[in-house]
Design a protein around this ligand. Structure first.
Ligand code: CUA
Length: 130
């Protein structure tokens, strides 16, 4: 009986592990760099996003250059159905690049993915794609 429980537990853990990995934002689809992308500078600051541009076209290749002026934040782009479609860390003294091409029009939200202080939840940016 002990072997049976052990085997069952192993299977359950394997399934849970695979399920969890599926859900991790790091496993989101990879967007490749387009030719001549629009460069968008993104600065995270407690508690908001400074973006050099927030209006884009469908199929426009975009390269976000993401940094922070204070602490580490998480830069996450969500579509209107709240799917996380791109993400990277916003860190002081580093610039992380995210490539994305929006394939449908709509309003997208930029949310902070890393707890960065009392008003972390207020770090909401808007992106309009037409
Ligand atoms: Cu910025 Cu959480």
């Amino acid at each position: 009986a002990r072997t049976f429980y052990g085997a069952t537990l192993a299977v359950v853990m394997l399934v849970l592990t695979i399920y969890t990995l599926r859900e991790l934002p790091y496993n989101q689809p990879v967007y490749s760099a387009g030719n001549d992308p629009t460069i968008v500078d993104v600065e995270a600051i407690q508690f908001g996003w400074k973006m050099s541009e927030t209006e884009f076209k469908v199929d426009e290749p975009i390269e976000f250059h993401v940094t922070s002026t204070d602490v580490t934040h998480g830069f996450g782009i969500y579509d209107s159905e709240l799917n996380l479609i791109a993400q990277t860390q916003a860190m002081p003294d580093y610039t992380n690049k995210v490539y994305i091409t929006f394939d449908k029009p709509g309003t997208y939200e930029v949310l902070c993915l890393e707890y960065c202080g009392l008003a972390h939840h207020l770090m909401i940016g808007k992106i309009e794609v037409t």
